[in-house]
Design a protein. Structure first.
Length: 321
C-alpha cells in the first residue's frame, strides 16, 4: 500500500499513526462460521500497510523511532528470533531513516539464515547471536546498561517493539475503528505475543467494546500482566472490559498442528485474506471457536485486527508451496 518513499515519510513522523490507521480498510467479511450465526465480522487490514513493515509493527515502532530521532542516536538495538516480524520492520525502518540497527538473537548463528534474517542483513542490520542464558537477560537493567556501553549512542527497543511507546502507537488502531462505525463494536480481537498491542487497544476502545487478546503462546498470564501494567501507565482510568484468551495457542509459540494448517487453507479459500503462520492464524481460529461456543449473540459486531506478519509465510513452505 505504501511505497518506500511514503513509508519513509510515515516513519519520519510527518504523519501520525492515526492518519495511517484511518487509511487501512475495515472490511466486512462474509465467513460462514460467523455469518451462519448472525454475527458480523469486520477485519481491520493492517497487513496492507507495507509488505516489510506491516501490521502492528509500524505502530509499535513509530514512537520509538521518533524518540531515537529526537535523541539523535546513531543506532537502534533490539531483540528477536529467526522469524521476527519486529526485527524485519526495524531493519527496514533503520535503513530508510539512516539509523544503524543491531539485533540480539537467541542461539548460535545457523548455517542457513531464515528468509526474515536474510532480509534484515540485506537492510544493514547487524546480527548478534547470543547464548540462551544471555538472551534471558534482555529485560535486566544491568544487561541493558552493558549493551548501552557496548553500542554507545543507541536507543534500546524492547523485544517486539514493546513498552509504553509501543502501546501508545497501537492506540491509533482502536481510534480508527471507533471513527469508522456508527455504534461501538461489541468486540475487538487481536493476536497477542507480548500484550503491547492489546494494551494500546484497551486504552482507546469505547467502554462498550470488549477487547479480546488471543494468546499465541502458552504465557497468557504474563500477557495479561504486561497489558495491565502498560494500561496503568498510559491512562488513569483503565477499562476492565478486556480479557486474554489462553485456549488457542495451538501447542505454543510458532507451533502449527495439522488442524491449524488445514484451517489456514480453508480460511484463505473462503475469505481470500492471507494469514501469517504464527499470529493471525490463531486469532481467526480463536474467533471461530468462540463463535461456535456461542460467545457472541446474534447481531454482534466483531472486529478482528489483521496484524500483518505475512513476510513470515516464507518460512512455512509446507503450506503455501
Ligand atoms: C508481533 C505480532 C503480534 C503480537 O503483538 P504484541 O504487541 O507483541 O502482542 C501479532 N501479530 C503479528 C502479525 C505480529 O507480528
Amino acid at each position: 500500500m505504501l511505497n518506500e518513499s511514503l513509508l519513509k515519510t510515515a516513519l519520519m513522523g510527518d504523519c501520525s499513526p492515526e492518519h495511517i490507521a484511518a487509511l487501512t480498510p475495515l472490511q466486512a467479511i462474509s465467513w460462514a462460521p460467523l455469518k451462519d450465526r448472525g454475527i458480523h465480522l469486520s477485519v481491520k487490514r493492517e497487513d496492507l500497510i507495507h509488505p516489510g513493515v506491516s501490521g502492528n509493527k509500524l505502530y509499535k515502532l513509530f514512537h520509538h523511532l521518533q524518540f531515537a530521532r529526537q535523541q539523535g542516536v546513531e543506532r537502534l538495538v533490539s531483540f528477536g528470533g529467526a522469524y521476527s516480524n519486529h526485527l524485519h520492520a526495524l531493519a527496514i525502518s533503520g535503513q530508510l531513516l539512516g539509523i544503524e540497527t543491531v539485533a540480539v538473537i537467541r542461539g548460535e548463528r545457523p548455517p542457513q539464515l531464515s528468509a526474515t534474517l536474510i532480509d534484515c542483513e540485506a537492510n544493514g542490520m547487524q546480527l548478534k547471536f547470543v547464548s540462551r542464558q544471555e538472551y534471558k537477560r534482555r529485560h535486566d537493567d544491568d544487561y541493558l546498561a552493558m549493551l548501552k556501553r557496548q553500542y554507545g549512542s543507541c536507543h534500546i527497543v524492547p523485544e517486539g517493539g514493546g513498552g509504553t511507546l509501543g502501546a501508545q502507537g497501537c492506540s491509533a488502531i482502536a481510534r480508527a475503528i471507533n471513527d469508522a462505525v456508527d455504534r461501538p463494536v461489541d468486540s475487538i480481537c487481536t493476536a497477542c505475543g507480548t500484550g503491547t498491542t492489546l494494551a494500546g487497544l484497551i486504552v482507546e476502545a469505547e467502554p462498550a467494546t470488549e477487547v479480546i487478546g488471543i494468546a499465541v503462546l502458552k504465557a497468557a498470564p504474563a500477557i495479561s500482566q504486561e497489558a495491565t501494567e502498560l494500561v496503568a501507565q498510559l491512562t488513569h482510568k483503565p477499562s476492565s472490559n478486556w480479557r486474554v484468551e489462553s485456549r488457542f495457542h495451538g501447542g505454543g509459540y510458532a507451533k502449527l498442528p495439522e488442524e491449524l494448517k488445514r484451517f489456514i487453507v480453508e480460511f484463505e479459500e473462503q475469505t481470500l485474506i492471507p494469514l501469517d503462520p504464527i499470529y493471525t492464524v490463531k486469532l481467526f481460529w480463536g474467533i471461530k471457536s468462540l463463535a461456535e461456543q456461542g460467545y457472541w449473540p446474534k447481531g454482534s459486531h466483531v472486529v478482528a485486527i489483521h496484524t500483518g506478519g505475512l513476510q513470515g509465510r516464507r518460512g512455512f513452505n509446507g503450506i503455501w508451496q
